[in-house]
Design a protein around this ligand. Sequence first.
Ligand code: 1GP
Length: 251
Amino acid sequence: MGRVERYLLEGLRKHPLHLTLVDPEKTPGRKAGELCRRAERAGTSAIMVGGSTVCSTTLVDETVKAIKKEVELPVILFPNNLSGISRYADAIFFMSLLNSSSPYFLIDAQALGAPLVKEYGLEVLPMGYLILGPGGTAGFVGQARFLPPEKAELAAAYALAAQYLGMRFVYLEAGSGAPSPVPPRTISAVRKYVDLPLIVGGGIRTGEEAWRAAQAGADLVVTGTVVEEEGEARVREMVEALKRIRRGRGR
Ligand code: 1GP
């Protein structure tokens, strides 16, 4: 197990963690560095870098470098495609969009990118990615067959398949800026099935919503939009809400 994975699992022994997502197309370069410095001060645990329509690796490189200059936190790539692979990050969510209708997002992009990930020496965090409807830009670009958010058993079955395939993280995604987050009932159904660290994101905007997701079983709560729009105080509110949940979920 690599350094970043160990760091996350150790953090999870105490309480669920907050991750800050930076989309280099919305918050590029120095602006991203400043945003992450504020998020770090507010207690976020790691930075994810990626966006559904990112097509310039130069932009991703510049953004990751600017973030690394400002924070000590691990920077994890959250790639939409080959363009999302940067040599300057610490790790990569090596992810398959398990409910895509396109083999490209299931396995071909991963195969094309794998040699580069090796060459760059990025730590690999294998992850099963599931997009629930309406799914936003990620769902559209990824050609997802949206999992109906209220069909908890369906999401749980896909998540369990990810575990049985040997992936080490599962991500339930509602889509960036989703009008409502993944329903807690769906999160708890997935939690019952899988032992893996469960990542939940999309449409989470408040401490209360972060708390609800984690109370239902999310280990890692991701927010992007709200950090960009509201900044430090909101991140602190979410981090504090997550700290109220103590459950010793170290694996
Ligand atoms: C998107 O889950 C993330 O991949 C974050 O979504 O921008 O709605 O926080 P938000």
